[in-house]
Design a protein around this ligand. Structure first.
Ligand code: SAH
Length: 222
């Protein structure tokens, strides 16, 4: 994912850099173990705190972020994001805010039943959710957030105005899109889009966007 499409282009243009760490490289003992049984029972496995802690230390080191920096109450120079269904739900407005924040972001992808609570207690970690459902691991939520943010960085998309007009950046959904051919499976492209009448096109698109927003997500218009 990081090395295809927009995320690849953004890297090629030098607008973003990704470093991927494998938790297993920081695992315990000969088998590089990273998980263990939960205290108190209950089933499932939990990511042990030491491998996660070592990975965080290593990340701070290669990003040149001193540990003290985050402990003196100063604003941290590194954002650590733990994707979790128990976090704040990530929205487009957050993607905009993150895209303007110069700090590097570290995504700590959980797995199994999650990570040992002491990692969350002992570090300035932000908890963010991809939505009200549960996934197997934090990789996909991290990729979603990364993708949403990177496409908003200046210079990443060829049309810098494009994201402003999209769903969730205004009060309505984006409008319905058509391309060639003019007739497909008996369905014609709405005549107005071929009319060349810019004012009518704008009006048509607004109406359609409004209609669908009202039908599917009326609260966005409130
Ligand atoms: N037992 C936990 C869920 C663990 S899911 C609970 O019920 O709250 C395993 C990992 O997947 C989590 O640690 C988290 O990193 C990731 N994950 C799962 N669903 C997610 C979501 N909706 N948003 C963000 N991360 C999620």
């Amino acid at each position: 994912m990081l090395n295809s499409s927009i995320l690849k282009k953004a890297q090629d243009k030098g607008l973003v850099r990704f470093i991927v760490l494998n938790l297993r490289d920081f695992g315990n003992g000969r088998y590089r173990s990273t998980d263990d049984y939960p205290y108190g029972g209950g089933g499932g496995m939990i990511l042990r705190p030491e491998p996660v802690f070592r990975a965080l230390q290593f990340a701070r080191k290669i990003l040149d972020v001193p540990l003290e920096d985050t402990q003196k109450g100063a604003p941290p120079s590194l954002r650590i994001v733990y994707p979790t269904p128990q976090g704040q739900v990530f929205h487009q407005k957050d993607a905009w805010a993150w895209s303007l924040d110069p700090r590097p972001i570290l995504f700590l992808a959980g797995h199994y039943e999650g990570i040992d609570e002491r990692i969350l207690l002992g570090n300035p970690i932000e908890e963010w959710s991809a939505g009200d459902y549960v996934l197997t691991g934090g990789e996909l939520p991290s990729l979603s957030m990364i993708d949403a943010v990177v496409r908003l960085l200046p210079g990443v998309l060829s049309d810098p105005q494009a994201p402003q007009k999209e769903t969730f950046s205004g009060e309505m959904f984006d409008y319905p899109q058509y391309t060639r051919p003019p007739v497909f499976e008996g369905m014609e492209v709405p005549e107005v889009l071929l009319s060349g009448n810019h004012a009518r096109i704008v009006q048509f698109r607004r109406e359609k966007a409004r209609e669908k927003t009202l039908r599917v997500r009326p609260e966005l218009l409130e």
